[in-house]
Design a protein around this ligand. Structure first.
Ligand code: DGJ
Length: 377
């Protein structure tokens, strides 16, 4: 009997030590963030999904380099501070002929739930192995559970043979003049703004790189991505089952060089936070608002405020999460990339305040969700 008591006592001490080692009750932006197993969370370019009291965090598994060696990881949490590693939601394929083979590029996975089909739907940015960032595709996978496994369906360049809703008829012809333009000349810039790359890519489909998803209150899902050589955002309406693109899309901020889009809605207004276009290096964030997902989107400026705002506190947006059960409580989520050792990338989560109808966030070394109780409106 005394051995059993001693064993239970020892177990309690070990478990207690583990809980105190990994139990978090604050966010520490930029610090190593250990999951319940004591490992730094490996879910970069993340997307979040909430269901019945549980948050799910999907993100890129990174090794030292940024090529996909494992796939998309998923973590779960009840409180946003403490995360359990739930394994790999979407695995890379060992088949060299697969589009998601080991060594491809799988970035910025986002998951939504389709009430009509009962399927969890993941979209992500896919680059084919050995082609750098030239393929510029979006990929889709589905699962019956938020924890996966997700089954890969297909990837493609969206909106082939479809014109955006907000392009003039006069801008629909890819002509000889377009083809001879040199990058970074004023003529190139003017043509870019009026749809140069939409025309160029009309038949093969529009480029799709950094992306996010947004499901509106009426169930309509939108796919938001950097297109046109990352010069212009496209916002597309997905089909009812969320597995394809409809023929409805718009160009947003033509020639504005926006990456890393993140969307949220407050009241009847949609807000979007993006970054500029500087690879893995940080730059000043941007923000926009609109009364409709299909625009027009109005510029609001850099939502980051205070010291460090000029580089968005060395982060790049990936998601804005509404905190469940709290009104108007939104968290800016960004990646602090480490291109020399991607696995060491850090997560910068900061509370958003609305100020004169604009989203803003400031640096905090440490904060918790009580911020949203004490913040002045
Ligand atoms: C910036 C993007 O936001 C990242 O997701 C990644 O694609 C890098 N560029 C690659 O340079």
């Amino acid at each position: 009997m005394k051995y059993i008591i001693a064993f239970c006592f020892g177990l309690a001490i070990i478990l207690g030590f583990k809980m105190s080692k990994t139990g978090h009750d604050t966010f520490k932006p930029g610090a190593i963030w250990e999951d319940f197993d004591g490992n730094h969370i490996n879910a970069h370019g993340g997307g979040f999904y909430y269901e019945d009291g549980t948050y799910f965090w999907y993100g890129e598994h990174k090794d030292q380099n940024s090529l996909a060696q494992v796939g998309v990881r998923v973590y779960s949490s009840k409180d946003l501070y403490n995360w359990s590693n739930e394994g790999v939601a979407l695995s890379v394929s060992s088949n060299p002929d697969s589009e998601i083979t080991t060594g491809s590029v799988i970035e910025r996975p986002k998951v939504i739930f389709n009430k009509k089909t009962g399927k969890y739907v993941m979209w992500f940015h896919l680059e084919l192995k050995g082609q750098g960032y030239a393929a510029a595709r979006t990929g889709v996978a589905t699962s019956d559970s938020p924890l996966g496994p997700f089954e890969y369906i297909k990837s493609f360049r969206p909106n082939a043979n479809v014109w955006p809703k907000n392009i003039d008829d006069s801008e629909k012809v890819y002509n000889e003049e377009d083809k001879s333009l040199e990058w970074w000349t004023s003529e190139w810039k003017a043509s870019l703004v009026d749809g140069l790359y939409v025309r160029r890519d009309f038949e093969k489909g529009q480029m799709s790189r950094d992306m996010t998803l947004y499901v509106d209150d009426d169930g309509t899902a939108y796919h938001i991505h950097s297109s046109e050589e990352n010069q212009t955002l496209h916002i597309s309406v997905l089909t009812d089952d969320y597995l394809d693109f409809t023929d409805t899309y718009v160009r947003v901020q033509e020639g504005g060089q926006n990456e890393a889009p993140a969307i949220f809605k407050s009241g009847d207004t949609y807000y979007m936070i993006t970054s500029g276009l500087t690879g893995w290096s940080p730059n000043p964030a941007r923000s926009f608002k609109s009364k409709s997902m299909l625009g027009p989107w109005e510029k609001l400026g850099n939502p980051a405020k205070g010291k460090g705002a000029e580089l968005t506190f060395r982060s790049q947006s990936t998601f804005v999460l509404p905190v469940a059960g709290k009104d108007d409580a939104y968290i800016y989520m960004g990646d602090r990339w480490n291109p020399k050792n991607h696995i060491d990338g850090r997560y910068i989560w900061l509370p958003i305040s609305m100020s004169n109808g604009k989203p803003e966030f400031q640096w905090h070394d440490e904060w918790d969700l009580s911020f949203f109780e004490t913040a002045s409106p």
